[in-house]
Design a protein around this ligand. Sequence first.
Ligand code: DLZ
Length: 171
Amino acid sequence: MASANKNLSVYDENNMPSTEGMSFGIVVSDWNAEITHALHKGCLATLLKHGVSEEDVRTVQVPGSFELPVGAKILAGAKRFDAIICLGCVIKGETQHDEYINHAVATGLTNLSIASGIPCIFGVVTTNDQQQALDRAGGKHGNKGVEAAFTAIRMAALRKEVAKPANKIGY
Ligand code: DLZ
């Protein structure tokens, strides 16, 4: 479903896993900062709303979205985050730069997630123009930073759950 048909800030708030003991890393791209800083605001507010304390969130900034995977790799190296949230905004221009950046970020974050086992969340708005980006950064289609935060909580909880010893029946 395209995000134009879905509000990015709407999720089942009453059916979220516990965030007890969880830490999150956030990487924010400074390119299109008006948008990405609004994504960060929504993301952080959602983590705190679900019980994460500010001391358990570390935010770092990178110059552009292309640098999100390496920013995430640096945070992954700290080995103390249950998930890493990457926030960026790539707006189509006169050239195909957006396609190269989007593909590189998506591939980079997927590869890092699989190699490290730490969920690296794709919180990048990829739009045709500034207005579409504003619509997804707290505007009429919600906030992709909120979506990235609740996705991170769910993936971190899945990772923790599977790491627990399996229940044994009988003996
Ligand atoms: C160069 C560039 C351009 C043209 N557009 C964007 C954009 O829309 N969004 C974004 O996050 N970054 C953009 N960048 C910067 C690249 O992501 C990167 O920072 C530079 O190419 C340096 O590696």
